[in-house]
Each structure stands twice: as structure tokens, then as C-alpha cells.
Design a binder for this molecule. Structure first.
Ligand SMILES: Nc1nc2c(c(=O)[nH]1)N[C@H]1C(S)=C(S)[C@@H](COP(=O)(O)OP(=O)(O)OC[C@H]3O[C@@H](n4cnc5c(=O)[nH]c(N)nc54)[C@H](O)[C@@H]3O)O[C@H]1N2
Ligand SMILES: Nc1nc2c(c(=O)[nH]1)N[C@H]1C(S)=C(S)[C@@H](COP(=O)(O)OP(=O)(O)OC[C@H]3O[C@@H](n4cnc5c(=O)[nH]c(N)nc54)[C@H](O)[C@@H]3O)O[C@H]1N2
Ligand SMILES: [Mo]
Length: 741
């Protein structure tokens, strides 16, 4: 491809990087027709060591998304009722002035804390993400948002043990002889890791996938180790029981580079494989075998991901699993260790000049994004619950201290009406007539339907940015390849214009996008950024952090913990109100009894990513939605039989929070009592106008105020025979729906 375009004088090739929330952060190249300015093609950067010339199913369709018939091209003002989705086009000036006037009035009447920014990782760009936006909201003194929806519980837990969310380098997986893929559907959510896993397999490595579902990754790995959702810490504790009990530890590594071994040994003494078996559902003999294999195979690598931390005990699970490599000395080997995220390798990045926290006067409250339903309530008790209380030692907020109701909500880079837990509470809030809602978007999403103003934003093909990845070590620059579609503007420019209209005169609100990014790069002083210059990024598109190659971060200890060691015992945890030792914190569903196949017993519902979607992004790209078929519920044949549910039948799935209709896909690749609804569908593309987040709780997990999306009890019953889309035979529909994750 590259060659064809390279030799064509009418085509310009522009280097950029995928902005989506995914560990891979692929660098890409875009072919642009010089005459028309239109993008012709997009492909993975051939020289990037992790992208290796390939894009995923979804981003291969990035031009379809960018030039989609439904792209928002002008600012819109609501004319219908909230949620109805009726709008009329207005000019940028009218929109900006209208929004600024309403914000001023709101701040005057209720205080700046009554304004809530709401954003996540629609783009991971440092500029179009929180660059200009944070400056704007800091200057305003708006409520702060704790961005907890994805990874915070696991990140905190892991960091108690290791010191930071840092670990093995992705490329090193190729050298492992045993790989445990733990709570990750790698082929779907992190596919650029797979070639390294495949290379290890080709060289004889054993690959085991620890997951309640036999995912496409488990099938490709060849070995599936099922367990009940939220029980991973019990498995890890029993593995440590076997490893210590059978003398399989690396005594030298433990002695030099770890803290609290004796206390750990005493703790895991109670964790026999039999005890773990009764919790996880995995046979004790298999637990023993896995522990022995892990301790005696070198190099041994673990890819642990966020699936295991979306539970009441998710932080503790990640903290406990993260102890394993130090116990067996796996960190010594090139190809050994554990990886949760690479973000910690970038922890020395200085973003003070970018976010300008110094503009903030006073101390506005921080609201936890997963409690948006509560935050948008008018009830002071609910608003108090939405305050961020990440640790057990953090005092609860009293209703009288909760602060004003949220009167203005500014949403960018997120689709909370679809992705947030407790959807009916969120929608109830968004429907409030006294709430002023602004949504910056590419598309008329479920959330945009509730906006007072919808503002059209540019995509990554149309703006500048820098991406700090969380799955590898290469910082990347994005150059715009095409002019903005319609009248769309970068988030940065929208906040720049809003700042001007609000009268914010600080020079930082006048900086151009390139100036901001250049300043960000040039203001880095830590040695890990040595050699990463603005010119080099412009020239090459991506640059690896200045870290040794190969990178074995903890081969000789050097853990960024308070003790400098891997902390089996953590004093910081004790101070924060946790058990200082690795432990099992049961999932909320288990506190009400183990699941069973009895007709009336609740099932545990997990809703990990669908293969063709990226959270709720791409659901409106026809080709990708067609590939997913319909919103499904994968259910074990035994659980289905007990409820008289036939394959392809429509089922009602409900609990105390809400209900949703899904199409049953019988599937024996599930831990008993577990059902799986691939996410995250737009409610408006779902038959009953709702999605699986009707069922998920605002309940926070144990650490960081994280979400517990996969800790959900549901009831399931059939409602109707299979519904065949027009023109398709029922048999073809059933086959297409058979849950290819
Ligand atoms: N195609 C695609 N790629 C994506 C995304 C997407 O939506 N679609 N999302 C992106 C985002 S936002 C993120 S955070 C990343 C990471 O994405 P993650 O959200 O971590 O998603 P998965 O890799 O699917 O990992 C979840 C896996 O954990 C399993 N699981 C659920 N509960 C448990 C449990 O208690 N224990 C264990 N062991 N396993 C469990 C699920 O069955 C699933 O296979 O991926 C990114 N990449
Ligand atoms: N049931 C269930 N719910 C989940 C999950 C799950 O596994 N199960 N996963 C959770 C996880 S891990 C995450 S990270 C969250 C993700 O939740 P979100 O961060 O809300 O992610 P998306 O659904 O992809 O929505 C991002 C939106 O940002 C928009 N966008 C992208 N780029 C830009 C831009 O440059 N400017 C503007 N203005 N908009 C832009 C996109 O069009 C899209 O609508 O969802 C969570 N929700
Ligand atoms: Mo995420």
C-alpha cells in the first residue's frame, strides 16, 4: 500500500496515531488526495514495533467513521424534549455565546461547583483529552471529576505491591515459556500483543487464559482456566500456598527484593487449593498444577488486565496477583514478570503546564464519575454519595456538606448515557429540565440526545495531538491529515472559544494547539524523556521512552514502592484502611450465596467488550454493528435449560435496578452460573432502547472508587421466540449470533 501511494505524486502520506482507549495506541499512516484533501486510505505504521503495519477491525474503518453520513457538522440547539433527539442547527457564535451566558448565570446563582465536567477517554490525546479542558474548568473552579470508570481499582492495587503501574515491556512476551493471560481478552482488546504471544507459542510456550468465559483468546491460546467472576485473589492466594509450601520460591530474590515474606507465608498457609476451589469453581488439582508450572517454568509472564478488577474486591485481586512474579523471581528474566499497564513508565511526565492546576483557586469538591446517577440527583444524600471517597479511611460526606446540585454538565469524550452504570439513574438525571447539558461529540449519541447544545468535534484525522500509550513505551504525535469535516472544531478550540466568551484572559487560553504540544514536549526534564524532542516527533511520529533495551524494570529490585521492594506487606495499605497483606475480598454477588443452575437462582452477569466495538464507539458504523448482530446474552446450556430458554430466544434480564431484553446465545464456554453480555451497545440501537448498563451498579469497588461493572446478579427469563431480521433465515441468524465474542 505504502509503495503504491509513495510513488503517486498526487498523494500525501501523513503520520498519526490512533486516539482510542486501548493499550495498543497504534501509529498509522493516512493517504490524502492532494487535490481534494480527502483521505483515501489508512493503515498501520509499518515501522512501529508494536503496530507492525496492522490496524484492528475497528480502526481499519476509521475513514468510514470519519466520513460517516451521521457526522455532526454544525452546532445544534435542542428543540424537542430531553432525550427525544430533536435539534436545530445554530452558528458557532450563537452556541458559544448561549453556553457562556448560561454558565455565567449558573455560577452566579449556584456557585462554580454546580458545573460538572464529564469526560473520559473517547480520545486519549493529551491535548484533545484534558489539555485545554482542564485549564478551562480549573479557571472556573468547577467540580472536579474523579475518572474512575475503567482501571483505577486494579491500578491502585497493583501499585501497592509494585509501586507504580509499570511492568514487563510488551515485546518481551515473545520470549516467555509460560504466559498467563489473566482477565484479558487479548485478541479483542489488545490485539497487538498477540503476535508476541504467538511467537512465544511458536517457540514452545504454554499459554493459559484465566477467565470466566472461553473467549476467542482462550480458544487461540488452547488452554482455558475458567473461574467464577471476582474470585481471582483466591486463586492467586492458593497458588502462593502451593509455591511456598512446596519450596518453589526464588529465595534469593525474595530475600533481597521483597518485603514481608514471613507474613505472606503465614497468610497463605490458610489458602489451600481446596479452599480456593470452593470459591473459584476450579478443581484443586488444576490449581496445584498451575502453581507448579508457574513456579518452575522460565521465563514466566503474566498479562493481567482490567476484567478481574471490576468487582467489589478488584483492587485487592490485582494487588494479590501482582505478588506472584517476585515470589518466583520471574522479574529476573527477559520475558518474565507481569504487565497490567505501561502507564507507570510515563509517570515522570510533567503535565503542570498543560493542565494549569495553579489556575484553581479554592478547593472544589470531587465527584466520582461512576456515581453520575447520584451526582445528577437533587437529593443531598445522593449528591453526598457521589463525592469521591476512594479509601476506607476517607470520611463519608454528610448530606449537609454535599454542595449544590449539579446545574450544568459539560460532556466531552464520553457517552455516559450508554457506558455508565445504573443507566436509569443517569437518564433520570439527564432528563431534568433544570439541568443545562452541553455535549461535544462526533455523533448524535445516546448522551447527545439529552443535550441543550451539541457541539461538533473533530476526529483524530482532523487535529493535532500527542498520545501517551498504556500498552507500550512509544510516545506518538498525531498530525492532522485532513481539514475539519463540516464546521467541526477540535475540543481544544471549543474550550478556547468558551474561555474567551467567559472572559478568561490568561495567555494560556490563547495558545495554539501546536504551541501547547511543543511546550509539553520541551518542558520534560526527566531522563526517561531524553532524546524525545518536538522535531524528532514531527519527523518520525513516535519515539520510545529513554529506557534500557531490553527493559527489565525489576530484575534487581528497584521497585518504586516506599521500601524500594516488592511489598508483600504494605504499610501504606494499612494506613489507607486496608488489610496490609494479600487477601481475598469476595465479590458483592457472592455475599448473597453462590450461583447455581436452579431456575430461580440469580446468575452473575459480566459485560466485557464486544470484538467490533470500542466501548460504545463504532456501534454506529454499519459494517461493525452488522458484524456484532444484536445485543446478546451468552448463557450456559444448563442455565438456559433450567429456565426453558432456547438458543436465539429473546430473554428478559433484570434485577433491582432495571431490565434489558437481549438475545440468548447458548454457549458452554462459561463458568457455571455466569452469563455474558458483550458491550457496550448504544441504547438506541437496541431493540428495547436500553443496554446492559440498566443492570450494573454505582457501587464502587474496594480501591480508587473504581467501577464494579462485572459484579452483578441478574435474573433471566424467556420472553419471545427468535426474532429474525428481515430477509435472514432463522438458522442463519442463530449462527451469526452464536457469540464469537
Ligand atoms: N475491541 C475492543 N478493544 C478494547 C475495548 C473495547 O471495548 N473493544 N476497550 C478498551 C478499554 S476501555 C480497556 S480498559 C481495555 C481493557 O479492556 P478490558 O475491559 O480489560 O477488556 P478485556 O480484555 O475484554 O478483558 C476483560 C476479560 O476479563 C474477563 N473477566 C470478567 N470478569 C473477570 C474476573 O473476575 N476474573 C477474570 N480472570 N476475568 C474476568 C472477561 O470475560 C473478559 O474476557 O481494552 C481496550 N480495548
Ligand atoms: N457494561 C459495561 N460498561 C462499561 C464497560 C464494560 O466493560 N461493561 N467498560 C467501561 C470502560 S473500561 C470504559 S473505559 C468506559 C468508556 O466509556 P467512554 O469513555 O464514554 O467511551 P466511549 O463509549 O467510547 O465514548 C467516547 C465518546 O467520545 C467521543 N469522542 C471521541 N473522540 C472525541 C473527540 O476528539 N472529541 C469529542 N468531543 N468527542 C470524542 C466518541 O464519539 C464517543 O461517543 O465504559 C465503561 N462502561
Ligand atoms: Mo476502559
Amino acid at each position: 500500500l505504502l509503495n503504491r501511494y509513495q510513488s503517486d505524486p498526487n498523494v500525501q502520506i501523513v503520520t498519526g496515531v490512533c486516539p482510542h482507549d486501548c493499550p495498543d495506541s497504534c501509529s498509522w499512516q493516512v493517504a490524502v488526495d492532494r487535490a481534494t484533501g480527502r483521505a483515501l486510505d489508512i493503515w498501520g505504521h509499518p515501522e512501529h514495533p508494536v503496530t507492525a503495519g496492522a490496524l484492528c477491525t475497528k480502526v481499519d474503518r476509521y475513514l468510514e467513521r470519519t466520513y460517516h453520513r451521521d457526522r455532526l457538522t454544525t452546532p445544534l440547539k435542542r428543540t424537542g424534549a430531553k432525550g427525544e433527539g430533536r435539534f436545530t442547527p445554530v452558528s458557532w457564535d450563537e452556541a458559544i455565546d448561549g453556553i457562556a451566558a448560561r454558565l455565567q448565570e449558573t455560577i452566579t446563582r449556584y456557585g462554580a461547583e454546580s458545573v460538572l465536567p464529564y469526560s473520559y477517554a473517547g480520545t486519549m490525546g493529551l491535548l484533545q483529552g484534558e489539555g485545554m479542558a482542564q485549564r478551562f474548568f480549573n479557571r472556573m473552579g468547577a467540580s472536579q471529576l474523579a475518572r474512575t470508570i475503567c482501571s483505577v481499582a486494579g491500578g491502585e492495587g497493583y501499585a501497592y505491591t509494585i509501586g507504580a503501574t509499570e511492568g514487563m515491556e510488551t515485546e518481551a512476551f515473545a520470549r516467555a515459556k509460560l504466559i498467563l493471560i489473566w482477565g484479558s481478552n487479548t485478541l479483542t482488546s489488545n490485539m497487538h500483543l498477540w503476535p508476541f504471544v504467538q511467537q512465544a507459542k511458536n517457540d514452545g510456550a504454554r499459554v493459559v487464559v484465566i477467565d470466566p468465559a472461553r473467549t476467542r483468546t482462550a480458544r487461540a491460546a488452547g488452554e482455558w482456566f475458567p473461574l467464577r467472576p471476582g474470585t481471582d485473589a483466591a486463586l492467586a492466594l492458593a497458588m502462593m500456598h502451593v509455591i511456598i509450601g512446596e519450596g518453589l520460591i526464588d529465595a534469593d530474590y525474595v530475600e533481597r527484593y521483597t518485603l514481608g515474606f514471613d507474613a505472606l507465608a503465614a497468610r497463605v498457609a490458610e489458602w489451600t487449593p481446596e479452599r480456593a476451589a470452593s470459591i473459584t469453581g476450579a478443581p484443586a488439582e488444576q490449581i496445584r498444577e498451575l502453581a507448579r508450572a508457574y513456579a518452575t517454568t522460565r521465563p514466566a509472564a503474566i498479562r493481567v488486565n482490567y476484567g478481574l478488577q471490576r468487582h467489589a474486591g478488584g483492587g485487592m485481586a490485582a494487588r494479590t496477583v501482582a505478588c506472584l512474579p517476585a515470589l518466583v523471581g520471574a522479574w529476573r528474566d527477559h520475558g518474565g514478570g507481569i504487565q497490567l499497564s505501561a502507564s507507570g513508565a510515563f509517570r515522570h511526565m510533567d503535565r503542570t503546564a498543560l493542565h494549569r492546576r495553579d489556575l484553581l483557586t479554592g478547593e472544589p469538591r470531587t465527584l466520582n464519575m461512576i456515581r453520575l446517577g447520584d451526582a445528577l440527583s437533587l437529593d443531598p444524600a445522593a449528591i453526598a454519595r457521589a463525592h469521591h471517597h476512594p479509601r476506607p479511611v476517607d470520611a463519608e460526606t454528610r448530606p449537609e456538606d454535599a454542595g449544590p446540585p449539579v446545574k450544568a454538565l459539560i460532556v466531552y469524550n464520553s457517552n455516559p448515557a450508554a457506558v455508565n452504570p445504573d443507566q436509569s439513574a443517569v437518564l433520570h438525571g439527564l432528563r431534568r429540565d433544570d439541568l443545562f447539558t452541553v455535549v461535544l461529540e462526533h455523533f448524535q449519541t445516546d448522551t447527545a440526545d439529552y443535550a441543550d447544545y451539541v457541539l461538533p468535534a473533530t476526529t483524530q484525522l482532523e487535529h493535532w495531538d500527542i498520545i501517551k500509550p498504556y500498552g507500550h513505551l512509544h510516545l506518538a504525535l498525531n498530525r492532522p491529515a485532513i481539514a475539519p469535516v463540516g464546521q467541526s472544531l477540535p475540543n481544544s478550540e471549543i474550550f478556547r472559544r468558551l474561555a474567551a466568551a467567559m472572559g478568561y484572559a490568561e495567555p494560556c487560553f490563547a495558545q495554539s494547539d501546536e504551541e501547547i504540544l511543543r511546550q509539553l514536549v520541551e518542558s520534560q526534564t526527566h531522563p526517561t524523556f531524553d532524546g524525545i524532542t518536538w522535531d524528532a516527533l514531527l519527523d518520525k511520529g513516535f519515539m520510545r521512552l529513554n529506557l534500557p533495551q531490553p527493559y527489565l524494570p525489576f530484575a534487581q529490585g528497584d521497585f518504586p514502592t516506599p521500601s524500594g521492594k516488592c511489598e508483600f506487606y504494605s504499610e501504606r495499605m494499612a494506613q489507607d484502611g486496608y488489610d496490609p497483606l494479600p487477601a481475598y475480598t469476595p465479590p458483592a454477588w457472592q455475599q448473597a450465596g453462590a450461583p447455581s443452575s436452579d431456575t430461580n437462582a440469580p446468575l452473575v452477569c459480566i459485560s466485557p467488550p464486544a470484538h467490533s466495538f470500542l466501548n460504545s464507539s463504532f456501534v454506529n458504523v454499519d459494517r461493525l454493528r452488522t458484524r456484532e448482530g444484536q445485543p446478546l446474552l451468552r448463557i450456559h446450556p444448563a442455565d438456559a435449560a433450567a429456565r426453558a430458554i432456547a438458543d436465539a430466544a429473546t430473554v428478559r434480564v433484570w434485577n433491582e435496578r432495571g431490565e434489558v431484553r437481549l438475545v440468548a446465545a447458548l454457549d458452554d464456554g462459561l463458568a457455571p452460573g455466569t452469563v455474558l453480555a458483550p458491550g457496550v451497545w448504544w441504547a438506541k440501537f437496541s431493540p428495547d432502547g436500553r443496554n446492559v448498563n440498566q443492570l450494573t451498579p454505582q457501587q464502587q469497588s474496594d480501591m480508587g472508587g473504581g467501577a464494579s461493572f462485572y459484579d452483578v446478579r441478574v435474573q433471566v427469563e424467556p420472553v419471545a421466540p427468535p426474532a429474525a431480521p428481515e430477509g435472514a433465515s432463522p438458522a442463519a441468524v442463530a449462527t451469526a449470533m452464536r457469540g464469537d465474542d
